[in-house]
Design a protein around this ligand. Structure first.
Ligand code: AMP
Length: 424
């Protein structure tokens, strides 16, 4: 198989690493890729918003499967354009990517399919939204409808914050993503993520994970793309997985097919596990970054076979096999992240750390004159496999210690909640 992976983050390095282990792989391309993917694939400098360039490249290189990593190309319809050219693609259609691209779409779908989620109202004008928000209990959640790079959601514990969030959305702080606003009930409980492969009709439950979105130790500071994750999530017991499949995933997949927009690719359900069971917070239409890094380390099955079966609509009867260990990943970022960061700092000690139980996945890195340099905010994902979360934590941080990069930083408590549970 000749495979092209779209993207340049830690998620895409992890996907490329998983695909590269498949005996069926003949040639792997990643576009645009990073300093990590360069070691196991051919990086190709294409503009991933230029769908024609991607399709032309895939045709010229006789690519058998295109794998879409990030959300933006999925929502922009790259999957449709690749399939229209007669090529196999792992990733949703533009219409199905609305599950991530529009929160109001997902809320309506939940209503139609009877999927448990927070009570909500949708608004297209500021005065009505403000009026409504003032009548609600605190805390209250205000969301820009469209993609907002993870910044469009405000969990407001005061009315001032809630009103400011509504005004931000309508004043264009998130561009057109904020011209529709969803205001929803605050859900209590423990958050977890679940990843499921879907071929439009059949599903394969992959695994659960939990991430750390806040910048600082103790889950403090600003929100980020994610500073670390581990898999599985202890809160997702077999019984909870089964309920989530029955009450949330299957009704969603069924309804998407009924409305003529079958979902294919990987469905990433953001869940709140409360006293009365799982509720859907949101869907994403791609693997989580950094959750994917933890997931692929645990996967025993051939990743390429799974992605292919998904793209071909052949998931019926397929099962994914997992290693018995847990995986934990620590994100190393350039100082200043999630704000502006300087590029070009040199990272030492990174090569040679990899083993059966440890992988350093790269995000914003490049190789320049034989050196590894940082090219952005989130830079490395040190990912460890071990019997317990506490051991995976220890193994990952021992590797972090060996990386020489004064311009970088990380959180020191990834996995704290699961480790506390393990200690009982
Ligand atoms: P989203 O982008 O919809 O996942 O929201 C980002 C984060 O906001 C989630 O991971 C939750 O921590 C929080 N959040 C979103 N919606 C709710 C809700 N209804 N209740 C409580 N927390 C929420």
């Amino acid at each position: 198989m000749r495979v092209l992976v779209i993207g340049s983050g830690g998620r895409e390095h992890a996907l490329a690493w998983g695909i590269a282990k498949s005996p069926r792989l003949e040639k792997l391309f990643v576009t645009p890729g990073n300093g990590g993917t360069a070691t196991l694939a051919e990086n190709v400098a294409l503009d991933i918003t230029d769908h024609t360039a991607i399709v032309d490249f895939a045709r010229e290189q006789r690519v058998d499967l295109v794998v879409i990593g990030p959300d933006a190309p999925a929502v922009a319809g790259l999957g449709d354009d690749v399939r229209a050219a007669g090529l196999l693609c792992f990733g949703p259609s533009r219409a199905a990517a609305q599950l991530e691209g529009s929160k109001s779409f997902t809320k309506r779908l939940c209503d139609e399919a009877g999927v448990p989620t927070a009570a909500y109202e949708t608004f297209e004008d500021e005065p009505a939204a403000l009026d409504y928000v003032r009548q609600q209990q605190l805390p209250i959640v205000v969301k820009a409808d469209g993609l907002a790079a993870g910044k469009g959601v405000t969990v407001a514990d005061t009315m001032e914050k809630a009103e400011a969030a509504v005004r931000d959305c309508f004043s264009g702080a998130f561009g057109t993503s904020g011209s529709t606003v969803v205001i929803e009930e605050f859900l209590g409980g423990e958050e977890a993520s679940l990843f499921v492969l879907c071929d439009g009709r059949d599903i394969v439950m992959l695994a659960s994970a939990q991430d750390h979105k806040r910048l600082g130790d103790g889950d403090t500071g600003p929100n980020t793309g994610g500073m670390g994750a581990y898999s599985p999530a202890p809160v997702m017991s077999e019984a909870m997985l089964e309920r989530t499949r029955r009450e949330i995933i299957e009704p969603t997949i069924r309804r998407m097919a009924e409305r003529g927009t079958p979902f294919t690719g990987v469905l990433f359900a953001g869940l709140m596990i409360g006293r009365d069971g799982p509720k859907l917070i949101e869907y994403n239409v791609r693997f989580g970054d950094p959750e994917c890094q933890a997931l692929v380390m645990r996967l025993k099955s051939d990743l390429l076979e799974l992605l292919l079966a998904t793209a071909r609509g052949e998931l019926a009867g397929v099962e994914a096999e997992w290693r018995p260990e847990v995986a934990l990943t620590v994100v190393l970022a350039t100082r200043g992240y999630p704000g502006k960061v300087a590029k070009g700092s040199v990272i030492g000690g990174c090569d040679g750390l990899d083993s059966d139980k440890l992988q350093v996945f790269h995000a914003a890195t490049a190789r320049s004159d034989g050196k590894l340099v940082a090219t952005g905010g989130r830079v490395l994902n040190v990912t460890a496999l071990a019997r317990t979360v506490a051991e995976a934590h220890a193994r990952a941080y021992a590797a972090v210690e060996r990386i020489q990069w004064p311009e970088g930083f990380c959180r020191h408590d990834i996995g704290w909640r699961a480790i506390a549970r393990e200690k009982g």
